[in-house]
Every structure is written in C-alpha cells, then in structure tokens.
Design a protein around this ligand. Structure first.
Ligand code: NOJ
Ligand code: CA
Length: 568
C-alpha cells in the first residue's frame, strides 16, 4: 500500500499508479522526539540515506523505465519508511552505456527520466517532507557524446579541445599500440584509437572504464572550472549534497607510465593501479568543492554533503579524503565484501570505527548498492540479510540503504543473456560481477509483473522481474508486520528516538563463538548470532527490536536483537 499518511504529501502526479489495496493496519510507532544525535546542522553525520536507482524505482509514463516523476510519487513511501534523505543515481542526459555514469550533459535531465521542471518539483517535495536530496556526480569521466569529446574528435592533436582529455600518440611503428599498458576496470585496454577527421588512424584516448567513458584531464584548469559551475548549478536548485563517483580518480600520474601490474584493476575490479588512481592532487579538488559547500552553508546554515566513493588501499589513505576541509564522508565498503562470519564482521567494524572516527568524520556504512549482489543472496538467506541490516543500523555513523533491501529482494541471478545490459558482460564476455541482477525494477503491488512498476502495468519493465517478486511487493510488505520493511521502519524510528544510536561509542562485549555483541552508549545492547544454532542471549528480557522472534533468553541463529538495559 503506497498511499501516504505523511502530512504535507505532494499531490500524486496523475499518471503514476496508485495503491491497489486498502490501507493496512500498520503498527503504531511512538511519537518521535527531536533527534538527540547530531544537531540538524550536522545532519549527515548519522543520517540514513536511501539510494534510488532511478531507472528501476518507479515508472510514471508507461515506458517501462523509472523516472523522476515516479520518484516524486513515491517520496511518501520513503518518508514513511523513515529515511533522512535520498541519493539519486545519475539521471543526466546520457547514451546509457553505463546507465548514466556516462554523462553527456552535466546540467540537464535525460528526457527518459523527465525534465528539469520535474527535478525542481522533486526538490520542492523533498523539502516539504523533510527529506535531504543528494545527487550523483561523475567527475572522472564523461560520455563520448559530451560536446567536449565531440569537439576533441574534430580537433587536431595538441589542440585545446583534446587537452581536456588524455589523448596521446600510440606506440609501435605506426602508432598502432596503445600509449601505455593500462587496462580498464571493466575489461580490455584502457585506451581506444580514434579516426582523425581526415580518415587516418589517429591518436588514442584514455578510458579507465568503458570506451564510451573518456577520462577527463583534471590537470587542465578548464575541467575543475567547469565542474565548479556544475556543482553550483545543482546547489542553486536546492540539493543537499553530492555522492562523488570514483572520488579517488580524476588525476593520473602526469607521465602516464606503464604499470608494473597492468591487469590489477581488471583482476580485482577495484581501483588499485597506483599510477591511475589516488594521486595527491585530487585532494586539492575536494578542498575546493568543500569550500563551495561551505559558501552555501554560510548563506542559509544548511550543511551540504560531499560523500565520496573513494576506493583506496588502506584506512589511512581513506582518512585523507575526509580531512576537515575535504569530503564530509567516504563510503566504507568493507561490509560489501564481508562473508557471513562473526570474526570478519568484528574486525571490519572495529577497524572502521577506530580509523574513521579518528578522522573526525563518521563511518558511512553500506551493505547494498547498485554494483553489488544483494545481501539476501550474498549472505545466503533472507534471515541473514535482515540480521545484517539490523546490525548495521545499530552502528555509529551514517548508513546508506539501497532500494529494495527493505523489501528483502534477492539478487536476480538468472536473467537471460539477451537482456543483460551491464558493460562488464560485453567487455569481459563473462557474467562474473555483472550488476543487472540487483537493478531489476522494484515490485510495488499486485501479483504479476511489472507489479505496479508502470502505470496500469502497461509496459514490461526494462529488465524482467521474476514471478517470485510477487512475494516482495511493497503493498504486501506494508500489510505484513513480519516483513523486512517493518523491521527497517522500526529500526529507523528507534534511531531517531534513542540518543544512544547516534554517532557515540561502541563497546564490544565478551561473547560465545559466532556471536557479536556490543553496547551503544548508556543501556543499549546489540547482539548478532552468526551461527547455525541458538545462542544464549547476552541479557534476559524481551528485545526492543529483533530481526526474528527471540524466545526468552535465546538469540536464534541468523538473528540480531537490540535490548535496552536499565543501567550497565
Ligand atoms: C562506480 C559506480 O557505482 C558504477 O556503477 C559505475 O559503473 C562506475 N563508478 C563508473 O562510473
Ligand atoms: Ca518512464
């Protein structure tokens, strides 16, 4: 059931599907007190942000592709879930070779997703509902259809147009070999050769992802200058911040030398080539961007957030990205790769809390996103996914949720080859690591595809939803008090009510094997059983919230529970 009960809901755009069931009896949550964690000005420090993968969230016009009016229509659902804000994956004009991470125009909306006016209305509705709005920005590379790249193709070697990218002559007798041995993250060489305007085989350009995503040359002052304008364009329209794609990218070693281990990025699918990533100059850019955010805060007191996707080798390196005058936060991705193992979770959480808290920033926890296998599948069961989520939501710092995790969606891992769109599949010829399975459009209502994703179920969704999504519709989740939706909602509600769940302290407790337990501040105790047999609960008494029913004194397998202790 999607109809909102939130005061001040925006009117629903007429074309968006409405609810198809009567309002469910929803468990009453106690009234919220003003959050006693971070003051509003520092909202981002312990915020829970919901990631909206726009093309898979809600279609409003019947083309089977999600869009901005669709997002707008579902804001009340997000408000009711209790998140603090929304991060939108790229919706800019793009040929969609990497689903919007190939931007052709940084200051527009792709007609597939709506218009700038739709965007402005979305900002307005977010403001009315008290939801922060965070955009995705993609500064490392653009699209080959960006006018700059089109100009560069028409211009001569050595021209100012080519100097915005990394164009270089090839090696070999005829320039037939790439300028260096780097490999692209999504497979194949990191260089492609162009045909010059006179029809001859020409220079090469660098692309660390796909050939349709040429890397920009951040040593050329025109590039940072243009991005400052882009930031201001969206800040002037009222956004609360930016998620920064490939935040350890941008600069490359100035000489573009050969790498001693050219296959490393491709092998690890991570930014590990030390010549292509994490160059010291990138920090100057984050200082400049932070200064722009501070400038806007000076005007109205509202803090703007910069959260970076900064994949770097060590916590010490990550700490540099969140220095006081750089990014506010950087995603902490280690839980994305953690196996379902108490010792592993313990080490990862402990290191994050220690190393990142020491920087003055807060940890930005992530269990799911649009690039990773969903937790229900990754951890091996819906129970484990629920337990992991309740564990994460008890940790100090901010958390990012990925659309559909609150519905317990599994990874769709049997999509036929002919519907796969991920460039990784085409570049590597393998399904290993492909990301379509976590991007299948959300099921909202009904018993058959497309499950309310399009108005009147008028079109097939751009990726087919499996029949099993019938068990995961939002409509069903809202009426079922045992659904993951209600677990998330209650956890988010408690985060607002209980000051202990703010950014404060975490103290580990002694536990039996396969169990993790810690206290948060005064009186809140959290425990997770990673094992396959019941464990004794660390305290007696009924949990305040648990990911599965807990018989007295027992913590069942694959369960997290939160208790309030009188005084510990
Ligand atoms: C990280 C994004 O999350 C991913 O989806 C994208 O393909 C790459 N960056 C390249 O922009
Ligand atoms: Ca649409």
């Amino acid at each position: 059931m999607i109809t909102s009960v939130v005061p001040g809901d925006p009117p629903r755009p007429a074309q968006v599907p409405g609810p198809s069931a009567a309002a469910p009896a929803e468990r009453e949550l106690p009234a919220e007190q003003p959050a006693s964690g971070a003051p509003d000005a520092l909202w981002w420090r312990d915020a829970v942000i919901y990631q909206v993968y726009v093309r898979s969230f809600q279609d409003s016009n019947g083309d089977g592709i999600g869009d901005l009016p669709g997002v707008r229509a579902r804001l009340p659902y997000l408000k009711r879930l209790g998140v603090d804000g929304v991060w939108l994956n790229p919706f800019y004009p793009s040929p969609q070779h990497d689903h919007g991470y190939d931007v052709a125009d940084y200051k527009g909306v792709d007609p597939m997703f709506g218009t700038l006016e739709d965007f402005d209305l979305l900002v307005e509705d977010c403001r009315k509902l008290g939801l922060r709005l965070v955009l995705d920005t993609v500064p490392n590379h653009c699209s080959t259809e960006h006018p700059w790249f089109q100009d560069a193709l028409l211009a001569a070697p050595g021209s100012t147009e080519r100097a915005r990218f990394h164009f270089a002559d090839g090696r070999g007798t005829d320039g037939e070999l790439p300028p260096n041995n780097w490999r692209a993250m999504f497979g194949g060489p990191a260089w492609s050769r162009i045909t010059e305007p006179d029809g001859t085989a020409g220079q090469w350009y660098l692309h660390m992802f796909t050939p349709e995503q040429p890397d920009l040359n951040w040593r050329n002052p025109e590039v940072p200058a243009e991005f400052e304008k882009v930031l201001r364009f969206w800040l002037d329209r009222g956004v609360d911040g930016f998620r920064i794609d490939v935040a350890a990218g941008l600069f490359k070693h100035p000489e573009l030398p050969d790498s001693p281990d050219p296959e490393a990025d491709e092998r690890t699918r991570d930014s590990v080539n030390p010549l292509a990533w994490n160059q010291p100059e990138v920090h100057d850019i984050w200082r400049a961007w932070r200064a722009i955010c501070e400038e806007y805060t000076q005007l109205d007191g509202r803090q703007r957030l910069l959260v970076g996707e900064a994949s770097v080798p060590t916590p010490a390196e990550q700490a540099k990205y969140v220095r006081a005058d750089e990014l506010h936060q950087a995603f902490f991705f280690h839980l994305l790769h953690a196996p379902w193992d108490s010792e592993h979770f313990h080490q990862v959480i402990d290191a994050a809390v220690r190393d990142i808290t020491a920087t003055g920033s807060t940890v930005t926890w992530v269990l799911n996103n649009h690039d990773q296998v969903r937790t229900t599948t990754r951890f091996g069961s819906p129970e484990r996914a629920r337990a992991a989520a309740l564990l994460m939501l008890a940790l100090p710092g901010a958390a990012y949720l990925y659309q559909g995790e609150e519905l317990g969606l599994p990874e769709v891992d049997d999509l036929p080859d002919d519907v796969i769109t991920d460039p990784i599949f085409f570049r590597t010829g393998s399904r290993k690591g492909i990301r379509d399975g976590c991007r299948v459009p959300l099921p909202w209502s009904g018993t058959e595809a497309p499950f309310g994703f399009s108005p009147d179920d008028s079109a097939p969704s751009w990726l087919p939803q499996p029949p099993s999504f019938a068990d995961h519709t939002a409509e069903r989740a809202l009426t079922d008090h045992t659904s993951p939706y209600h677990l998330y909602r209650e956890a988010l509600h408690l985060r607002r009510l209980l000051p202990q769940l703010g950014e404060g302290t975490l103290r580990w407790l002694e536990t039996p094997p396969n169990v993790l337990a810690f206290t948060r501040g005064d009186g809140l105790l959290v425990a997770t059983n990673f094992g396959t047999t019941p464990a004794p609960a660390p305290v007696t008494g009924t949990p305040l919230l648990s990911s599965a029913p807990c018989p007295p004194g027992t913590l069942p397998p694959a369960t997290t529970a939160w208790w309030i202790q009188p005084r510990m």
